[in-house]
Design a protein around this ligand. Structure first.
Ligand code: HEC
Length: 162
C-alpha cells in the first residue's frame, strides 16, 4: 500500500518535472519562435509600407514629375512652378543620402561604389539648383540651358548604377 503510493507520488513527480521541462522547452520554442517572427515583422513594414519602392525610386518619381511639366511651363512663360516642384526633389534627395549612409539603400548596380554615387548625385543636384534658380528668376534662356545639363545627368548615373 505504501509502495504504490510512493510510486504514484514519484510517477506524478516525474510527470510534473517532465511536464515542467516540456513546458519550458515549449515556452523557449515559443519565445524564440516569436522572437524570430518578431524580427521578421520588424523588417517587413519597411518593405511592405511602400511595396516596390525605396528612397531613390521616390526621388526619381518626384524628379520625373518636376521635369515632366517643364515644357508646358516654358510654353506658358511662367517657369516658377518648376522651382516649386524641385524643392520636393531636394527633400527626397536628403532621404536618399540618409538611406545610403545608413545602409538602408543600395543601387541595383555597383552597390560597392557608393562614394562615387553620392558624388554624381551631388553634381546632379548642383545642376538642379541652377535650374531651380533660373526658373525662380523666370529666365527661359538660362533655365533651358540648365534643363539640358540636368537631362544629360540622368543617363550618366543610370548607366553606372541603375
Ligand atoms: C545620381 C544617380 C542618378 C541620377 C542623376 C538620376 N537617376 Fe534615375 N535612377 C537612379 C537609380 C540608382 C535608379 C534605380 C532605383 C532602384 O530601382 O532602386 C533610378 C531609377 C529611375 C527611374 C525609375 C524609378 C522607378 O520607380 O523604378 C526613373 C523614372 C528615373 N530614374 C528618372 C531619372 C531622370 C528623369 C533623371 C534625370 C533628370 C534621373 N533619373 C537621374 C539614379 C539616378
Amino acid at each position: 500500500m505504501k509502495l504504490p503510493e510512493t510510486f504514484h507520488f514519484l510517477r506524478l513527480g516525474w510527470w510534473m518535472t517532465h511536464m515542467a521541462a516540456i513546458g519550458a522547452i515549449a515556452a523557449l520554442g515559443f519565445h524564440f519562435g516569436s522572437a524570430h517572427s518578431g524580427h521578421g515583422a520588424e523588417h517587413k513594414p519597411a518593405v511592405a509600407a511602400a511595396p516596390g519602392s525605396n528612397a531613390v525610386r521616390d526621388e526619381m518619381r518626384l524628379l520625373e514629375r518636376a521635369l515632366g511639366g517643364g515644357a508646358a511651363h516654358f510654353a506658358s512663360g511662367d517657369l516658377r512652378p518648376i522651382e516649386h516642384a524641385l524643392h520636393e526633389v531636394h527633400a527626397a534627395r536628403e532621404r536618399t543620402t540618409e538611406a545610403i549612409r545608413s545602409g538602408g539603400y543600395r543601387p541595383p548596380r555597383n552597390g560597392d561604389q557608393l562614394e562615387r554615387f553620392l558624388e554624381l548625385d551631388k553634381d546632379f543636384h548642383t545642376q538642379l539648383e541652377a535650374l531651380a534658380g533660373a526658373a525662380a528668376r523666370n529666365d527661359p534662356k538660362e533655365a533651358g540651358a540648365a534643363l539640358g545639363r540636368v537631362m544629360q545627368g540622368c543617363q550618366g548615373c543610370h548607366a553606372e548604377y541603375r
